[in-house]
Design a protein around this ligand. Structure first.
Ligand SMILES: NC(=O)C1=CN([C@@H]2O[C@H](COP(=O)(O)OP(=O)(O)OC[C@H]3O[C@@H](n4cnc5c(N)ncnc54)[C@H](OP(=O)(O)O)[C@@H]3O)[C@@H](O)[C@H]2O)C=CC1
Ligand SMILES: O=C(CO)COP(=O)(O)O
Length: 338
């Protein structure tokens, strides 16, 4: 299948997904917000800040002109950080209004809008009305740009209420090292993606504080319990949380040295202050704003999320990271399954 596709966001994940789509034989336009980055990609086929030492396909073209990047595309893939999704969607809608194209909209970002707590497909649907597009598909699961760049094996999920659109996206991305499953639980897939980053911050912190494997397994398991609790209250199907976009993504993000969230947590646990951690990462740490959005959602829904609450206290209330773990341990005893 050869399609014309625009990928919006030339950071680590956007640029590597664009390269994969190019390898799969598509005509790919990678949209960047930086002239210097686009020139580096077009002239040297590198993106040193985001994926050091990776050589991109020479047929992959970077653009800074959004209208040119979107011209005639069958699909638009959003891979900008959560906080930029709404503003980029507004820019896309303005172009689509002029050109009368109706592309499929895909996003591979992981978060909840901070101000509204909305899922990203909800933000996209609001800003790109149905008459300007086809269905919205969410691409999510255990996947790090660093490993996909090496063509290591990766399996993820394409979720949409529209099965045909999910199957189209499955076919677009599948190859010998990248395998896609379809799913129709958009709510569960997006919530799994956003909420696992919070637990990954906690797992990194445990590592930085010197705790062992038992503690990490406990955090992931009880983390999944609270993710599922909030997810089901918000309309997700419980089984989605034991799939690739649920426990699969939780495992990789809470254990991998590639994870920006795990690394941020590890640095916090090792004694680094939050401001320095954010400044030195040089890439988006989605779990930090997602912790605030999830904390507020849990309060609204009266859902108990003790791990999220503890991480919220560390990130937003200056709680001592060394104290929050004993406090979690001393909570009243409970049945495991509620
Ligand atoms: N990295 C990974 O392996 C994976 C990431 N994801 C998700 O993908 C999303 C993107 O992550 P990732 O690629 O890692 O992030 P990065 O920090 O590596 O890159 C983000 C990119 O988006 C650009 N950007 C930011 N704001 C805007 C804007 N308003 N308009 C246009 N471009 C903008 C940044 O530009 P600038 O250089 O100017 O900041 C940068 O090029 C996140 O939601 C993340 O959770 C999902 C799976 C895997
Ligand atoms: O979502 C991811 C892995 O599936 C990427 O996680 P990080 O943003 O923590 O690197």
């Amino acid at each position: 299948m050869t399609e014309k596709i625009a990928v919006l966001g030339a950071g680590s994940w956007g640029s590597i997904l664009a390269n994969l789509l190019d390898e799969n034989g598509n005509d790919v336009r990678l949209w960047s917000n930086s002239e210097a980055q686009a020139a580096e990609l077009n002239d040297h086929h590198t993106n040193q800040h985001y994926v050091p030492d990776f050589h991109y396909s020479e047929s992959l073209t970077a653009y800074t002109d959004l209208a040119a990047a979107l011209d005639g595309v069958a699909a638009v893939l959003f891979v900008v950080p959560t906080k930029a999704i709404r503003s980029v969607a507004q820019q896309v809608a303005a172009v689509l209004q002029q050109t009368h194209q109706k592309p499929i909209i895909i996003h591979a970002s992981k978060g909840l809008e901070l101000e509204t707590h909305k899922r990203l497909s909800q933000v996209l649907a609001e800003e790109i009305p149905a008459d300007l597009r086809q269905a919205i598909v969410v691409l999510s699961g255990p996947s790090h740009a660093e490993e996909v760049a090496k063509r290591d094996i990766t399996l993820i999920t394409a979720a949409s209420e529209d099965t045909k659109a999910a199957t189209f996206v499955q076919q677009l991305f599948m190859n010998d090292y990248f395998r896609i499953y379809t799913n129709n639980d958009v709510i569960g897939v997006e919530l799994g993606a956003a909420l696992k980053n919070i637990i990954a911050l906690g797992a990194g912190a445990l590592h930085g504080l010197g705790y062992g494997d038992d503690a990490k397994a406990a955090l992931m398991t009880r983390g999944l319990a609270e993710i599922s609790r909030l997810g089901v209250a918000l309309g997700a199907q419980p089984l989605t949380f034991i799939g690739l976009s649920g426990v699969g993504d939780l495992i990789v993000t809470a254990t991998s040295v590639h994870s920006r969230n795990w690394r941020a947590g590890n640095e916090l646990g090792s004694g680094q202050d939050l401001k320095t951690v954010i400044e030195t990462m040089g890439m988006v740490i989605e779990g930090i704003p997602s912790t605030k959005a999830a904390y507020e959602l849990a309060q609204q829904q009266s859902i108990e999320m003790p791990i999220t609450e503890a991480i919220y206290d560390v990130l937003y209330n200056n709680a001592d990271i060394k104290q929050v773990i004993p406090q979690l341990m001393r909570r009243e005893g409970k049945p495991e399954l509620q």
